[in-house]
Design a protein around this ligand. Structure first.
Ligand SMILES: Cc1cc2nc3c(=O)[nH]c(=O)nc-3n(C[C@H](O)[C@H](O)[C@H](O)COP(=O)(O)O)c2cc1C
Length: 191
C-alpha cells in the first residue's frame, strides 16, 4: 500500500510538515506500507496556462518537474495533500500543483476515462492555520475535494489544526501529534 504525501508549505519542518510526519509514523506501523514525501517548494512547477492543450490529449504541454508527478499520483494507493492555510485557501505551491491536474480533469471529463475506480483509492487533506476561524478550512476543503475528484480518488478524511502559527508550534501540542499518528494508522486500515 503506497502513500504519496504532498507537502505544500514553503517552510521546512513547519507545522503542516510536522503533522504529516506524525501521520506518516502511524502509516508506517503497517508492515506493508510504503510512502514517499514530495516537497513542492523544492521543485520547479509552472502554473497552468489555461491553454487548452490537454483538452484533446489529456496531457499537459508543459514539461517541468510536474511531469513525473502525474505518474506518481496515478501509481499511489492513497494521497495526502498537506498545506498551510494562506488567506483562507491552500498555499500557492499546493494550488499550482493542483491546477496542473487540469490534464487529469480532461482525461476524466473530456476523454471519459475513469482511472482505477474499482480500487477505492482515497485522498486526504492535512492543513494547519494560525487562527481559530470557523470557516478557515472551507476554501481548502472545497479545492481538495475537487482536485481528488479529478484524479479519481475518493475524499477520505481531513485533519485540520487551528491555532498554530510559529514554525514548530504544533510540536508543543502532544495531543495533536498523537491524534495525527492515530489518523495515519486509521487511514491505512481503511485502504
Ligand atoms: C501568506 C500567509 C497567509 C496566511 N493566511 C492565513 C489565514 O488566512 N488564516 C490563518 O488562520 N492563518 C494564516 N496563515 C498562517 C499559517 O496558516 C500558519 O502559520 C500555518 O500553521 C503555517 O503552516 P506551515 O508551518 O506548515 O507553513 C498565513 C500565513 C502566511 C505566511
Amino acid at each position: 500500500m503506497h502513500t504519496l504525501i504532498i507537502l505544500g508549505s514553503p517552510r521546512k519542518n513547519g507545522n503542516s510538515e510536522t503533522l504529516a510526519q506524525a501521520v506518516a509514523d502511524g502509516i508506517l506501523q503497517h508492515p506493508h506500507a510504503t510512502l514517499e514525501f514530495i516537497r513542492l517548494n523544492d521543485l520547479k512547477i509552472s502554473p497552468c496556462q489555461g491553454c487548452g492543450g490537454c483538452n484533446k490529449t489529456s496531457t499537459c504541454v508543459i514539461d517541468d518537474d510536474m511531469t513525473p508527478l502525474y505518474e506518481k499520483v496515478d501509481a499511489c494507493d492513497q494521497l495526502i495533500l498537506v498545506s498551510p492555510i494562506y488567506f483562507y485557501g491552500l498555499s500557492a505551491q499546493s494550488k499550482i500543483f493542483i491546477d496542473r491536474f487540469q490534464a487529469r480533469w480532461a482525461r476524466k471529463y473530456l476523454a471519459n476515462i475513469r482511472f482505477r475506480m474499482d480500487e477505492q483509492r482515497k485522498g486526504y487533506l492535512l492543513a494547519t492555520a494560525a487562527t481559530e476561524g470557523k470557516k478557515v478550512f472551507d476554501g481548502a476543503l472545497l479545492t481538495a475535494r475537487t482536485f481528488l475528484d479529478a484524479i479519481d480518488l475518493e475524499f477520505g478524511d481531513s485533519l485540520l489544526v487551528r491555532g498554530v502559527d510559529q514554525r514548530g508550534a504544533v510540536k508543543k501540542r502532544n495531543e495533536i501529534l498523537e491524534q495525527a499518528t492515530a489518523f495515519g494508522k486509521e487511514i491505512l486500515k481503511d485502504a
